[in-house]
Design a protein around this ligand. Sequence first.
Ligand SMILES: [Zn+2]
Length: 245
Amino acid sequence: MERNYLSKAIVLKRQDYREHDSLVIFYTQNYGKLKLVARGTKKPKSKLAGHIEPLNLVDLMIIRGRGQDYVGSVIIKEAYLNLKENLNNLHWAFLGANLLMRFTEEESEEISLFNLFSNYLKALDRPPLDFSKEEGEIIFSIFTLRMMALIGYEPQTRTCLQCQQKLKPENHYFDLLSGGMLCSNCYFARTAKNQAQYLNISEAGIKFLRFIFDNNSFLGKKLKVSKKIAKEINVLASSFVAYRL
Ligand SMILES: [Zn+2]
């Protein structure tokens, strides 16, 4: 007996499978990450093929088969065409999709991850705001940090990891290994071992980090960032992920 399920989904990856088929990884709204076989997509007349391009937001029908699940039908809801025409943003969108694939288990339902990823694609889909080329990178860093928080790695940004004191408004150090801030006193008390584990974060950088974890919006009227802060956050986000791979 085959059973069918419906969900909104975003295509993360598509690869050739058997002679005529594709293997497609979706992030679905209702069932988390799913790997499904799309039948006949390599035949010239396949209607399915055009709908399962990576980064499409679709209405998906899932067919649960014996041992293998299949794509029943797919209807495109949003193709993010602005994003796909901007090679720079396309690059950041694929990095986001890879990160999501890497850090999530199949069928571990997490609707907030689906919402985060679709909002991320929406943010990359519109024309650039003020600093074009670098903008995709900071949007990716915001996505990265929020995704890490949703899967259980939200760093504390208001108190010191070590002494638990509320952080004063000044520069502090981010401990990449433990995932949180250290006040200057505690940082210097740890002497000089393993410097690469710590990043100096400015007061403005810490404020921006708090904004990232307390809000859903990407860049825009409410969320603006200077190049200097963007650079700090980009280094932090990429190092934070690297410590958890
Ligand atoms: Zn401290």
